[in-house]
Design a protein around this ligand. Structure first.
Ligand SMILES: Nc1nc2c(c(=O)[nH]1)N[C@H]1C(S)=C(S)[C@@H](COP(=O)(O)OP(=O)(O)OC[C@H]3O[C@@H](n4cnc5c(N)ncnc54)[C@H](O)[C@@H]3O)O[C@H]1N2
Ligand code: MOO
Length: 402
């Protein structure tokens, strides 16, 4: 059986960066830059004051005190067009362009205004309270490289650099089809043997939080012909996910149903818990991942396989997020040959270390446990028993909404 790492590599080899689109800056947060964001101007655009006060010539200020002639007032946005000569100053404010001839700012707290005169006993080094032109960035400078998920900070930076639009990777459109005769829409009257479909809403939410556009397909019956109709529902999508019908039961027909309409299965079954019956392949050129039906397995497989594939589609340099170091909060038994992903809470101990404590029952149908978990503790195949306090690696699942 393939290892988790091998399966993920195979999936990543079969997906490619999507074309770019141009979006208004206000829509850019969370998107991935598809071209470098460049500075269209200098910031600040000129030498500007960082305080309210008087633009002075530092050489004019002497230890014994001096009275300067205030020749103009130049608020931010209204630069003084003249020149301040020796013995002269200009009333300025935070953000005002430094008038020609001045080189320092006397803050108003250290000055006494006497009619047209400004008296001070303070001395200043040249450059005091002056932000030099381009201190933050220069015109033509690259500010954000391509292939980076844009933060609110990046949006502020791009705006300051006079960009109204940014080029970003198109959001991947991901079709999701749950399978199972027992599934009904949440909120339906539930009859004997029926359950509410948890996977479609959960996966749609996860995908949306990861920057993709979920396309929710109808629930498929446990019937090969019904599964085969999927082929007609995936026009214009970038990836197809199914959930359920992946295992060996005679009703688990996703693989066989899709193979009838051209699915080329790359692999089926991997050394992973939860998620052994994971499938992967291509339907024509469309990447396909068949998730197991148990909702916890479907979620964990999405974190481990689908999100990296989406990162690659978005053009992010790092498709696989490295696990985080933690220590175990309780003993764990030795592992078998399947890489395990134990649902766990996270806390900090007295030394500030991250402590991951797996739940005692790790059934892959227990959504309440999953919802209370903040991390998946990774247990390598054949890992020996672990003791509370031992180091471990975890995948955090407590980021916003995911
Ligand atoms: N004889 C074997 N049986 C099973 C094996 C095996 O290797 N040999 N593998 C087990 C493992 S591991 C998993 S995981 C499951 C995966 O099975 P399927 O992918 O075929 O999923 P289903 O049988 O369709 O459903 C499993 C379980 O999950 C419930 N389910 C399915 N879809 C949803 C949904 N959208 N919302 C809520 N719950 C859902 C379904 O009712 C079942 O209870 O197979 C094991 N069996
Ligand atoms: O993958 Mo299954 O989820 O171990 O139950």
């Amino acid at each position: 059986m393939l290892s988790v790492a091998q399966a993920r590599e195979r999936i990543l080899e079969g997906v490619f960066p999507l074309p770019a689109e141009v979006v208004p800056l206000t829509e850019a947060c969370g998107r991935v830059s598809a071209a470098p964001i460049m500075a269209g101007l200098f910031n600040p655009p000129a030498n500007v004051s960082s305080m309210d006060g008087y633009a002075v010539r530092a050489a004019d200020l002497s230890a014994g005190g001096v009275t300067l002639a205030c020749i103009a007032e130049a608020p931010a946005g209204h630069p003084f067009t003249g020149t301040a000569g020796p013995g002269q100053c200009v009333r300025i404010f935070t953000g005002s362009v430094m008038p020609t001839g001045t080189d320092a700012v006397l803050i108003q707290e250290n000055a006494q205004r006497e009619g047209a005169g400004v008296h001070t006993t303070h001395t200043l080094a040249p450059g005091t309270y002056v932000r030099p032109k381009g201190q933050d960035f220069a015109a033509g400078q690259m500010l954000v490289p391509a292939g980076q998920r844009l933060s609110a900070r990046d949006v502020g930076l791009a705006a300051a650099a006079n960009n109204a639009w940014v080029r970003v990777a198109r959001r991947p459109r991901v079709a999701i089809a749950a399978t199972g005769d027992e599934l009904l829409l949440p909120g339906s009257p539930i009859g004997a043997g029926q359950i509410a479909n948890a996977n479609t809403p959960m996966l749609a939410a996860l995908l949306r939080a990861a920057g993709a556009e979920p396309v929710m397909l109808p629930v498929l019956r446990d019937d090969m012909a019904d599964v085969a109709t999927l082929e007609r529902m995936v026009d214009g999508v970038d990836m197809l996910l199914t959930a359920g019908g992946a295992s060996v039961g005679s009703h688990d027909l996703v693989r066989r149903g899709l193979e009838q309409v051209g699915l080329k299965t790359d692999f089926w079954k991997i050394a992973m818990r939860p998620g052994r019956p994971l499938m992967s392949g291509h339907l024509g050129r469309l990447p396909f991942i068949g998730l197991p039906g148990n909702p916890v397995a479907a979620f964990v497989c999405s974190i481990v396989f689908v999100l990296p594939a989406l990162r690659r589609m978005a053009g992010l340099a790092q498709a696989i997020e490295p696990p985080v170091r933690a220590i175990l909060g309780c003993d764990v038994p030795e592992n078998d040959r399947r890489m395990d992903h134990l649902r766990a809470t996270l806390a900090h101990d007295a030394q500030g270390r991250l402590v991951a404590t797996p739940f005692p029952v790790q059934d892959s149908a227990m959504l309440h446990v999953l919802a209370q978990s903040q991390a998946l503790v990774l247990r390598a195949p054949h890992a020996p028993a672990g003791r509370a306090g031992d180091k471990c690696a975890v995948i955090r699942i407590d980021h916003v909404f995911a």
